[in-house]
Design a protein around this ligand. Structure first.
Ligand SMILES: Cc1cc2nc3c(=O)[nH]c(=O)nc-3n(C[C@H](O)[C@H](O)[C@H](O)COP(=O)(O)OP(=O)(O)OC[C@H]3O[C@@H](n4cnc5c(N)ncnc54)[C@H](O)[C@@H]3O)c2cc1C
Length: 404
């Protein structure tokens, strides 16, 4: 058993935790990030880096290092509904220079941020350290207990930040229960080689067979099929051929490559969740990112919202921690929630409605094949107005944060 001290102890080395660690260490604050896994290497974690995060990478002076890592920019996102291709999102309408979303494996992004953090002497990251509980005294959280390969570790800290994701251990230890918005779908992720005849970059496919996502990666397609919640057992019982057939019904172009999904071992079910805490802090502890508000994968904004929380938190925590008074730190935690709760609630409300719309089956009826005359008129008049708005919504979300 060993004891260490830090000004701030962050539970969880995901996008929220590592970004906050870097920002605090840049300001000279002694910060310890504890990550339960031994590395950042986990598949299907969400790999989108949006213009809001790219702006931050620029402001941190990390652009050259970011560009040296392989990534795939997407300037437009299309949806194919009943075989009709719609250009839904056009990031080129955004202000320069970051007029695109780019796909970079999340472990590469986290490695980059952790390496940038390690350049500051007050940044400490301990991998393979799983937070198991809190140290509390006098009605205040004063640190955490963690399990490591070397035994139990106790960290005494002026502030604990929970960035340990949507099944947050810290949240559970505090007895905080998020309010959930029930979502009817889950996501089955799999990957296939790119078909011989290239598929134009497309995000979503919808039709009578269901809804699927195809995310173009340099040498494969990362795909997802939306399925009714908790239907995985029934799907498994039908066998992998039925799964493949359903995918091909939604995305016929995958017919020539779907055999790459040899069994259900190649398919990963991820439960979709939307929830938010009524209160993001208690004396001595702040929750950010998915620990405070689990985001659905819809529009791929979760990483960026987690990063935005980190920026907002650093802005108010740095002066509050310098003030040395506990109540200044608590007031700063309350200010983080005041700043980030509304933009999060607005995005979650849109995600929730989009899920309900998809679950109702109405998405397949938006447009018929071929489109009717009124549909053609609407497409011609409404879509050009919609695409820049969607680019702004997906690229920045509500109330994007700036680094000071
Ligand atoms: C299927 C699916 C696909 C998604 N796709 C996208 C996408 O394409 N783009 C996008 O922007 N968002 C996507 N999201 C959402 C996105 O993954 C999350 O919103 C985002 O990762 C939240 O970041 P975070 O840092 O708050 O939490 P997380 O990314 O969950 O990170 C939490 C970290 O804490 C660690 N941890 C957990 N418990 C402990 C503990 N007790 N002690 C120490 N460490 C701990 C975890 O190992 C993890 O590294 C997707 C979500 C789902 C479910």
């Amino acid at each position: 058993m060993s004891d260490v001290r830090a000004d701030v102890c962050i539970a969880g080395g995901g996008p929220a935790g590592v970004m906050l660690g870097l920002l605090l260490a840049r300001a000279g604050i002694d910060v310890l990030v504890l990550e339960k896994h031994d590395d950042f290497f986990r598949d299907f974690r969400g790999d989108t880096v949006h213009p809001s995060t790219l702006n931050l990478i620029d402001a941190l002076g990390l652009r050259a290092r970011f560009d040296a890592i392989a990534h795939a920019p997407l300037r437009r996102l299309d949806a194919v509904i009943n075989g009709i291709r719609l250009h839904l999102v056009d990031f080129t309408s955004l202000p320069p220079p970051n007029r695109f979303v780019t796909l970079m494996p999340q472990w590469d992004l986290l490695d980059l941020l952790a390496e940038a953090g390690a350049e500051h002497p007050s940044f400490h990251l301990r991998m393979g350290a799983e937070v198991t509980g809190l140290v509390e005294r006098g009605g205040r959280v004063r640190g955490v207990r963690a399990r490591t390969a070397d035994g139990e570790l106790t960290v005494q800290a002026r502030l604990v930040v929970a960035a340990d994701g949507r099944s947050s251990t810290v949240r559970r230890a505090l007895g905080l229960v998020p309010r959930e918005r029930p979502v009817d779908s889950d996501v089955m992720w799999f990957r296939v080689p790119r078909p011989q005849r290239p598929v134009p970059d497309t995000l979503a496919w919808a039709g009578p067979g269901g809804v699927a996502i195809t995310i173009p990666r340099p040498d494969y397609l990362q795909c997802a099929l939306l399925v009714p919640k908790e239907s995985d057992e029934a799907l498994h019982a039908q066998g992998i051929d039925a799964f493949r057939a359903q995918v091909v019904r939604v995305v016929p172009r995958l017919g020539e490559v779907i055999d790459a999904v040899a069994s259900y071992d190649d398919v990963k079910l991820l439960s979709v969740q939307i929830d938010r805490l009524p209160r993001w802090w208690r004396p001595g502890v702040l929750l950010i990112g998915d620990a405070a508000h689990a985001m659905s994968p819809m529009f791929g904004v979760g990483i960026n919202y987690a990063v935005q929380d980190a920026v907002a938190a650093a802005r108010v925590l740095v002066p509050a921690l310098a003030a040395q008074a506990s109540d200044a730190v608590d007031r700063a935690c309350a200010a983080v929630q005041r700043r980030r709760d509304r933009p999060t609630a607005m995005m979650q409300a849109i995600q929730y409605r989009a899920h309900r719309f998809i679950a109702s089956g109405r998405i397949g009826r938006i447009i018929s094949h071929p489109p009717t005359r009124p549909q053609r008129v609407v497409l011609r008049l409404v879509l050009p107005l919609l695409t820049p708005l969607l680019a702004r919504l997906v690229g920045y979300g509500f109330r994007p944060e700036r680094l000071e």
